[in-house]
Design a protein around this ligand. Structure first.
Ligand code: SAH
Ligand code: TRP
Length: 336
């Protein structure tokens, strides 16, 4: 008789759904109506991340050209214990947690240094979030509180556990927000931090343009598929009739915004029907729609934006090549 397979430890997971599939569809309708009737056309990046989009992002993280994921992971392997010692946090909160892969490095370090009391994972992608929360709870034997929400709208859903928290925002996801969105996001985050809470921010740094462009326009074309996934989402959710292969992936450096801009360029003139919105959208040959920015920072710029939001830098860490930055910050109250 084969030995019985040991049952996995029971998962201790609570899920707080602030965005139901119905809410998401309503928000997508709103964004598509605004973005596809604007000149130039644009769409917010949050719509990349359905199940297929999350799987494509996961593939991107393993591409040779996409240095940010690997660099952040190596850096965290190196410094997670220092970060946790300086922060002294017992609870980890993570915004845009995805598969929580790099999070494990922080949780492991917390476990060794202070003892980890809990993990709050916040993401818009419900299925990815649920499976990550279950796996982390089982592997670390901790309670995981998962929040399905939009961090532009539902940040107040993050519970105050009465213990010092570290709020982590990894993956340089902050770079996908424009300057105004970053201002709003950081100010709201600051208002949620107690005196002993800390904010850990990961940012990709400015570097030669050819490396930046290659990271967002890989030879295997995975990033192009990820970009075009937006069109698949619009087709499925809004009954639109985009022909994704008629749209070319474009990644271009914008020096004014210090960001890579991702666009979809219509190869031919096209009329796209969005019957759910009672809308027909015209594309000229060569017309581009902006789908994403990925801002590249200097350490000074990160410090400035945190300062403007009422936070002070406690410590920073970079990889040996100076490609990537981790910043630990604390809230500053009453002007000092
Ligand atoms: N933190 C992971 C994943 C980064 S990809 C890493 O470092 O690799 C960005 C993640 O943020 C995705 O999981 C996506 O679903 C989530 N996300 C994007 N926009 C969001 C929003 N507005 N609100 C909440 N989550 C969002
Ligand atoms: N936060 C990641 C970044 O800006 C997200 C990302 C990676 C991404 N590759 C992408 C977004 C390609 C759009 C397209 O690097």
């Amino acid at each position: 008789m084969p030995a019985p397979v040991p049952a996995p430890a029971p998962a201790d997971v609570t899920v707080d759904v602030r965005l139901t599939p119905t809410d998401l569809r309503a928000a997508l309708r709103r964004d598509a109506r605004v973005g596809l009737t604007a000149t130039p056309k644009w769409m917010p990046p949050v719509w990349f991340y359905d199940d297929r989009g999350c799987a494509l992002y996961d593939q991107i993280t393993r591409l040779p050209e996409y240095y940010p994921f690997r660099t952040e992971q190596l850096l965290l392997e190196e410094v997670a214990e220092q970060v946790v010692k300086v922060a002294g946090s017992e609870v980890l909160v993570e915004l845009g947690s995805g598969t929580s892969e790099k999070t494990r490095l922080l949780l492991g370090a917390m476990d060794r240094v202070v003892g980890v009391r809990g993990y709050v994972a916040f993401d818009v992608a419900e299925a990815t979030l649920r499976s990550a929360a279950t796996a982390v709870s089982q592997d670390f034997g901790i309670a995981v509180h998962a929040i399905v929400g939009d961090f532009h709208e539902h940040m107040a859903a993050v519970p105050d556990g009465g213990r010092p928290r570290m709020v982590a925002f990894l993956g340089s996801t902050i770079g996908n927000l424009d300057r105004d969105q970053r201002r709003g996001f950081l100010a709201e985050l600051q208002s949620l931090l107690g005196e002993d809470d800390r904010f850990l921010l990961a940012t990709d740094l400015v570097k030669p343009v050819d490396r930046l462009v290659a990271a967002y326009d890989d030879a295997a074309g995975v990033t192009g598929e990820f970009n075009r996934n937006l069109l698949h989402v619009l087709n499925r959710e809004l009954d639109a009739d985009f022909v994704p292969d008629e749209f070319e992936h474009v990644a271009r450096w914008n020096p004014e915004g210090s960001c890579i801009e991702m666009r979809l360029r219509s190869r031919q003139p096209a009329t796209v029907a969005l019957p759910v919105l009672d809308l027909a959208v015209e594309f000229e040959a060569g017309e581009e729609m902006r789908t994403e920015i990925s801002t590249k920072f200097t350490p000074e710029q990160v410090g400035r934006e945190l300062d403007e939001a009422g936070m002070a830098v406690v410590d920073t860490w970079t990889d040996p090549a100076g490609d990537y930055l981790l910043t630990l910050a604390r809230p500053v109250r009453g002007g000092g």
